[in-house]
Ligand binder design. Structure first.
Ligand code: HEC
Length: 121
């Protein structure tokens, strides 16, 4: 009787341990979905701008053109958005590629450029 009782207990412990393992792997998977590059929700242009571009572009750090200041964009706008996009992806002068945020998708970088040129729609 005592023997079967113990056996029963150890079985439930194994079961409990298994549950813990399952729960922790499920949690880890959950975290990687949220943190992982392609699985996260895409950001909109304003969000990308605020997180990855504004630190230079809002103040014009190192000569970064400021959104809404025509004098900053006059020469650059002549290139057209495709050419400007190349600068964003490759970097230019004091600007690292994608503004230094390698986790941005091309789409997100484009939305940020669009936000910079045209503002909130
Ligand atoms: C570390 C500071 C910094 C960050 C962050 C940054 N930029 Fe820039 N950006 C600059 C500087 C400096 C220039 C001017 C480069 C030059 O013409 O030599 C520039 C120029 C540009 C230009 C004009 C390029 C051209 O060909 O004339 C665009 C468009 C641009 N940035 C978009 C962005 C976008 C979009 C982001 C965010 C994803 C971003 N930048 C993040 C510093 C930055």
């Amino acid at each position: 009787m005592l023997f079967t009782g113990l056996e029963c207990m150890s079985f439930s412990w194994i079961f409990f341990a298994l549950l813990l393992v399952l729960a922790s792997t499920a949690h880890a998977a959950d975290v990687s979905v949220k943190g992982g590059g392609k699985e996260r929700q895409p950001l909109n242009g304003r969000e990308v701008y605020v997180r990855s571009c504004a630190m230079c572009h809002s103040t014009g750090t190192a000569g970064a053109p400021r959104p809404g200041r025509d004098e900053d964009w006059a020469e650059r706008a002549k290139k057209g958005p495709a050419e400007l996009m190349v600068s964003v992806l490759r970097g230019k002068g004091g600007m690292p590629p994608k503004g230094g945020n390698a986790s941005l998708t091309r789409g997100e970088a484009y939305l940020a450029l669009d936000y910079m040129l045209n503002g909130e729609k």
